[in-house]
Design a protein around this ligand. Structure first.
Ligand code: NAD
Ligand code: WQD
Length: 337
């Protein structure tokens, strides 16, 4: 297949592009590098022994996007491009609405104009708001806790409305839980700009000496050890789920949501212990009050992914930490090293 990937130079996009290339698909990535480096796809090319076409561009540039679609004639699109920092979205909601909502609207309108109606979209477990129960099935009520989450909710609805307006759309709304880990080669991985917001990169940057200690946000949750529980999903498993979704996209009538998680939750202290084991050293941490907006636990019900995509996660927390640590140790300053 010919796959146009938006945001292909990013964390998840680069791992997915590698899987697509290895599977024999042709890939064009359009990325404005607002949160990534072109180096990631250069490394992907080495690992795959073939290249994706990497174009620098912004999905909000409609004329450019249309020219890429006309030239590349994709069979399907995987849409990763977007801003994703929760805290930043609270400070700059309009930037998030512009980048994520206007950007997606441009993309959808170009897809419509060029009659490309196959789409895999990066949604998020954030659309469940504060979970009412765990594990969380896809029919759990949705809600937004911040502007970032609101963009995911709205984009899901935009896709549904578009698919409802004319026949022929096949859209997979993939709701990721907590993507972590790195490719087993240690060549590609997550390279957050500035101070990481998410636990795993913070833990690994602490292990490599870039941060003095990890702050454990909240020790009084109703969880076995009092710290927050999440469903951490290895990025290589996540990439495989995208390929599986593409292969089954014809069976998606309109827009359908599918959780991507393992079904197993781990606490912050369990993550710290597993990361310390992988890094072969104690990782310093301090117990802190809860972080605003955090749920006690969020764990996927992954059963629909199994039936709809024929996909289940294969890698556990030990693999996640070993692979993430390999990437961090070999690239202490990320792609800038
Ligand atoms: P990322 O920031 O590493 O990748 C996103 C890529 O999109 C970056 O390379 C960035 O430069 C590019 N981009 C952003 N705006 C663009 C624009 N207007 N035009 C062109 N390129 C643009 O993030 P990621 O972790 O790989 O996430 C990919 C997608 O998955 C995002 O939509 C994110 O919201 C979603 N998601 C991520 C997580 C997570 O925890 N990583 C969880 C759930 C959902
Ligand atoms: C995990 C756990 C924290 C950092 C976020 C977004 C979500 C999705 C994935 C995109 C929680 C605790 C964290 C730290 C800590 N992204 N923690 N110290 O909050 O589950 O999800 O990323 O869609 O939308 O909200 O992930 O990695 O930030 O936190 O103790 O320095 O680690 O309290 O329990 P989260 P996270």
């Amino acid at each position: 297949m010919r796959i146009l990937v938006t945001g292909g130079a990013g964390f998840i996009g680069s791992h997915c592009t590698l899987d697509l290339l290895k599977g024999g698909h042709d890939v064009l990535s359009v990325d404005n590098h607002s949160n990534s480096s072109p180096e990631s796809l250069r490394r992907v090319a080495k690992l795959a022994a073939r290249e994706a076409e990497a174009v620098e561009g912004d999905i909000r540039d409609r004329a450019h996007l249309l020219s890429l679609f006309r030239r590349f004639t994709p069979d399907a699109v995987i849409h990763f491009a977007g801003l994703k920092a929760v805290g930043e979205s609270v400070e700059k909601p309009l930037e998030y609405f512009d980048n994520n909502l206007v950007g997606t609207n441009m993309l959808l309108s170009v897809m419509r104009e060029t009659a490309c109606r196959n789409l895999v979209f990066s949604s998020s477990a954030t659309v469940y708001g504060t979970p009412e129960k765990n594990p969380i099935p896809e029919d759990h009520p949705r809600g937004a806790l911040n502007p970032y989450g609101r963009t995911k909710l709205v984009i899901e609805d935009m896709c549904r409305d578009l698919a409802g307006s004319e026949a022929g759309w096949h859209i997979a709304l993939l709701r990721y839980f907590n993507p972590v880990g790195a490719h087993e080669s240690g060549e590609i991985g997550e390279d957050p700009r500035g101070t990481p917001n998410n636990l795993m990169p913070y833990v690994m940057q602490t292990a490599v000496g870039r941060r003095p200690h990890v702050n454990v946000f909240g020790t009084d949750y109703a969880t076995p050890d009092g710290t927050g529980v999440r469903d951490y999903i290895h990025v290589v498993d996540l990439a495989a789920a995208h390929v599986a979704a593409l292969e089954r996209l014809d069976s998606f009538e309109g827009a359908e949501a599918v959780n991507l998680g393992t079904g197993r939750g781990y606490s912050v202290l369990e993550v710290l212990a597993a990361a310390s084991k992988a890094a072969g050293k104690d990782i310093p941490f301090k117990l802190r009050p809860r972080r605003a907006g955090d749920a006690a636990a969020a764990v996927a019900d992954p059963s629909l992914a199994k039936t709809r995509l024929g996909w289940t996660a294969k890698r556990g927390l030990g693999d996640i930490c070993a692979d993430h640590w390999r990437w961090q140790e070999r690239n202490p300053a990320g792609y800038g090293a």
